[in-house]
Design a protein around this ligand. Structure first.
Ligand code: ADP
Length: 447
């Protein structure tokens, strides 16, 4: 087992990883930017190293400084968390070149799945249903128009290197498509440094249902059922739950075994997520695989009792999975609300600043993963998520009541947050009935 792990991240996920390491008896090294000197992850780790100025490009994305920090502190492994370098194949490669274990999948898996067009092609080979589309990158306008006329409108243009809900454009007809191709390429180049785009049929009012995977380096792969992440704003998740209120045990089995097949296709190990869109007719389509731990992993932990971060660490250390598929049981229901420092009354603008007072909710069935404390500064440099509140209960209905109670208990003074917005979701009749599609927020709350 590793003696020391460096955590190449910040915020709640760095804290989450430090907690797992502590429970496994592993020493921890935190890295931080100059803006994060007083951050909780720095206080909780055994050791810490400053890796650069506030901007992420110069600190949390600075591969050289992070590897140098790991070498100086004699860490034998690096956990990348999510975001930043978590899905950077070059970083994974550099770790192994420098004799440091990357706590994640092979750089090969990261690379294949990181390019959304090649990931889809790979999945088709494995016989996994994918959203009908261009089956590769779009060369030009004419190519786009001919693909779209085959699959039918509306279509969505996506950047092969896209992520975080960005790099997507909807086209309802040939005119819109013609206008969008060049624009989408420019946007992709600007946002991801890669102009490649591809085309997909736009699925109307789908649900986003994703399957959690765990694989070891010995070729064992299992799934830990699904999460429903249909509650999104601008294609970004803000609330997730497990299990999905929408799928039958039979569909759950089929999606689970397809996700395992997907992982096997690329020789996947570590934790990963296979994302699907589910249409109104119960057809599901692969959209992408995330080769990292996800923000919403906690809801799966609550309903399966399995600590996914510890599993990632054990797998990276070469251990065999301790459970077989039939050992994974679903128990109860869990809902996660992403608490963001943003103002729902002002079009969700980020609201960084000082937290004058913080009181975390608690009690039976409530879990809070956060890195804020009274007096801390929420930095304008990074993601606006400040906490994840997870409610577990035997049934979905009880989990909703419990979440509502927790959100009302939670106090974050000094900066506006989206807590009132989450309370609106809890009170919404469509949400309560599980009638949730990816346009829920636009249609039922903002529309
Ligand atoms: P990202 O990597 O940016 O998160 P994804 O491919 O995972 O992008 O898609 C994010 C969200 O965008 C999905 O959950 C869904 O709401 C929407 N989306 C993506 N592809 C389609 C599609 N073909 N049809 C309809 N909605 C889509």
């Amino acid at each position: 087992m590793f003696e020391k792990v460096l955590i190449a991240n910040r915020g709640e996920i760095a804290v989450r990883i430090i907690r797992a390491c502590k429970e496994l008896g592993i020493k921890t090294v935190a890295v931080y930017s100059e803006a994060d000197r007083d951050s909780l992850h720095v206080k909780l780790a055994d050791e810490s190293v400053c890796i650069g100025p506030p901007s992420a490009a110069q600190s949390y994305l600075n591969i050289q400084n992070i590897i140098a920090a790991a070498k100086t502190k004699k860490a034998d492994a690096i956990h990348p968390g999510y975001g930043f370098l978590a899905e950077n194949a070059y970083f994974a490669e550099m770790c192994s070149t420098c004799g440091i274990t990357f706590i994640g999948p092979s750089s090969h898996s990261v690379q294949i799945m990181g390019d959304k067009a090649s990931a889809k092609a790979e999945m088709e080979k494995a016989g996994i249903p994918v959203v009908p589309g261009s089956g590769g990158v779009i060369e030009d306008e004419d190519h786009a128009l001919s693909v779209a006329s085959k699959i039918g409108y509306p279509v969505i243009i996506k950047a092969t290197a896209g992520g975080g809900g960005r790099g997507m454009r909807l086209a309802q007809n040939p005119e819109e498509l013609r206008k969008s191709v060049a624009l989408a390429r420019q946007e992709a180049e600007a946002a991801f440094g890669n102009p490649q785009i591809y085309l997909e049929k736009y699925i109307e009012e789908p649900r986003h249902v994703e399957i959690q995977i765990l694989g070891d380096v010995h070729g064992n792969v299992i799934h830990l059922y699904e999460r429903d992440c249909s509650i999104q704003r601008r294609h970004q998740k803000i609330l997730e739950e497990a299990p999905s209120p929408a799928i039958s045990p039979e569909l759950r089995e089929r999606m689970g075994s397809d996700a395992v097949k997907a992982a096997r296709q690329v020789g996947y190990y570590s934790a990963g997520t296979v994302e699907f869109l589910l249409d109104r007719n119960g057809n599901y389509y692969f959209i992408e695989m995330n080769t990292r731990i996800q923000v919403e992993h906690g809801v799966t932990e609550m309903v399966t009792g399995i600590d996914l971060i510890k599993q990632q660490i054990l797998i990276a250390a070469g251990e065999k999975l301790k459970f077989k598929q039939e050992d994974i049981k679903l128990c109860g229901h869990a809902i996660e609300c992403r608490i963001n420092a943003e103002d729902p009354l002002r079009n969700f603008v980020p609201t960084p600043g000082k937290v004058e007072f913080y009181h975390a909710p608690g009690g039976f069935g409530i879990r809070v993963d956060s890195a804020i404390y009274t007096g801390c500064e929420v930095s304008p440099y990074y993601d606006s998520m400040i906490a994840k509140v997870i409610a577990w209960a035997p049934t979905r209905q009880e989990a909703i009541s419990r979440m509502k109670r927790a959100l009302m208990e939670m106090q974050v003074d000094g900066i506006p947050t989206n807590i009132p917005f989450h309370l609106k979701i809890m009170d919404n009749a469509f949400f309560q009935r599980g009638e949730i599609y990816t346009n829920f927020i636009q249609r039922r709350l903002l529309g």
